[in-house]
Every structure is written in C-alpha cells, then in structure tokens.
Design a protein around this ligand. Structure first.
Ligand code: ADE
Length: 269
C-alpha cells in the first residue's frame, strides 16, 4: 500500500483529483491512501497566517517554518519528505518507477508565495523535486504530477499490469501513433499494417515508427536508450517503402518524410 501525505494550503484542489480516473481507481482498489494536511490548521495567531515577508527584503512572502514543521511533526509516518520546488532534481519516469518500487510512505510539501523558509527545508526535507524548468505559482500541480506518475507503476493499478512499461519513455522511446474507428476520417486512412491482423508485422512497424519518431523529436532520449545507429537506420529503411501520404498519417512532417525516403541519408546518434 502506498500512502501520500500532501501538505498544502489548498487541500480542496486535490479532492477531485483523488476521486477521478486512474488515481480514483487506485483509491477504490485500496492500492493507495492519501491524507491532506493544511498547515493553516497549525497556526496560532488570529489571522491564521502561514506567510510572512523575507528578512533582508525581497519580492513576495515566504511560507513560515512553524506551520509546516508542525504539519510534519503531527504525522504518524511521514516517510520520505519531498519539497516541490524549481530548484529540485528534475522528475522523470525512471524516478517515478524507482519511487513506486522503493517507497511506501511519502509526504509532499506544496509551497506557495515566493517559497518557504530555508530552515524548514534544512530540517525536514529529504529531497527537492522539480517537474521542469519553469516556475509554477504553487507546488500543488507538481505534487499531482508525482502522485499520478508514481501510481502508474504501483502493481494492480493499471488494468494491464504491464502498460506503464509500454508507455512513452518506459524504454526511452516515444510512443507509436495510435488510431481508432473509423478506419477512414479527415482524409486519412489507418495504416494498412494495423488492420492486417499480422501481429509480428504490427510489432515491427510500431517499433520502427517509435524509433524514427524519437530520432526526429527527442534525440536526447535515444542517447539514454540502448539503440545503435544501425538499428535506427534499419528502422528508417523499413519505413521508406511507405508513400509520403502514409508517412504523413503516421505523424511525420514533410522534412522528416524526405529524410526517411532518402537512401543516402544514414543516421548517427
Ligand atoms: N513549484 C514551483 N515551480 C515548480 C516546479 N517547476 N516544479 C516543482 N515545484 C514547483
């Protein structure tokens, strides 16, 4: 069982999120439990203030250490304490998988305003995590990203036990394009191979498209994968038999189509 404590001054933001979709099902199936802790309930002044101006001046207000510290002190099992912050280690699918495997109790601290008193971080936080190089107005959306991406790796939550393993990034490749009924719409027909019923060909096509798509869109991921230039070239050659229109339906743009069809252009990583 995975347990998340969420420390936030906006607990209501999480109510729908915890009740909906895969995260909602995880609660129903009792694969996860969550607690919402509002640091405001640990304030002692009449205005219940959780923020205060920074020493030395500066823009905005800071979250005070004491209400956050009491929020943690009053937890039965805080487990790993994570502060969501743009200064943290950048989150990815590999870390989500590792956390799902190794950590059963987690406390996610959602900052607001211009940040939190550093002394709280020094004393209570085990790790700072960022979800990307941009600044959010609070850690709540980042906490939702962590909960969602971790739960996908907790066994028994996704219908197909292995589907998180097949997701984009699971093998450092982007996902292959997918299509549903009708077979013909918007002037584009579903690639023939997908309606052939030939499982092996479908696999090979999917893998080749995923590799070539990753080559064009996210070369950085290929470096993390174990694929060689030869494998990418073989994948590209296997797609060169398709017409420009068919390649466009698969999601390649015009310059990518030209590269795929050019036998002289070999790719290197
Ligand atoms: N809080 C504000 N910006 C953030 C970010 N990029 N990641 C995580 N928490 C944040």
């Amino acid at each position: 069982m995975t347990h998340f404590n969420i420390v936030t001054i906006f607990p209501n933001l999480f109510t729908e999120f915890f009740a909906s979709g895969i995260v909602g099902q995880a609660h129903t199936k009792e694969k996860v439990t969550t607690s919402l802790i509002d640091p405001r309930s640990y304030t002692t002044d009449k205005h219940q203030s959780v923020d205060s101006p920074p020493y030395g001046g500066g823009d905005g207000m800071l979250m005070k250490a004491s209400p956050l510290a009491k929020s943690i002190e009053n937890l039965q099992s805080p487990g790993k304490v994570i502060y969501l912050s743009p200064q943290g280690r950048v989150w990815n699918n590999d870390i989500a998988k590792q956390y799902a495997k190794e950590i059963t109790n987690m406390t996610l601290i959602c900052g607001r305003y211009a940040g939190v008193d550093q002394r709280f971080i020094n004393t209570y936080v085990d790790e700072e995590i960022s979800i990307g190089d941009y600044v959010l107005s609070g850690g709540e959306t980042a906490a939702m990203v962590l909960v969602d991406s971790i739960l996908r790796f907790v066994p028994g939550i996704l219908g197909d036990a292995s589907s998180a393993e097949k997701d984009t990034f699971a093998d450092h490749l982007l996902e292959t394009p997918q299509f549903t009924k009708p077979r013909d719409i918007l002037g584009q027909a579903v690639p023939e191979v997908l309606v052939s019923g030939h499982h092996k060909n479908i696999q090979a096509w999917s893998q080749a498209v995923a590799m070539v798509k990753t080559y064009f869109k996210r070369n950085d991921l290929l470096l993390a994968s174990e694929l060689s230039s030869e494998e990418i070239n073989t994948a590209k050659d296997s797609l060169s038999k398709y017409s420009n229109e068919e390649l466009a339906v698969m999601g390649f743009n015009i310059s990518e189509v030209k590269c795929i069809k050019d036998p002289t252009k070999k790719w290197s990583l």
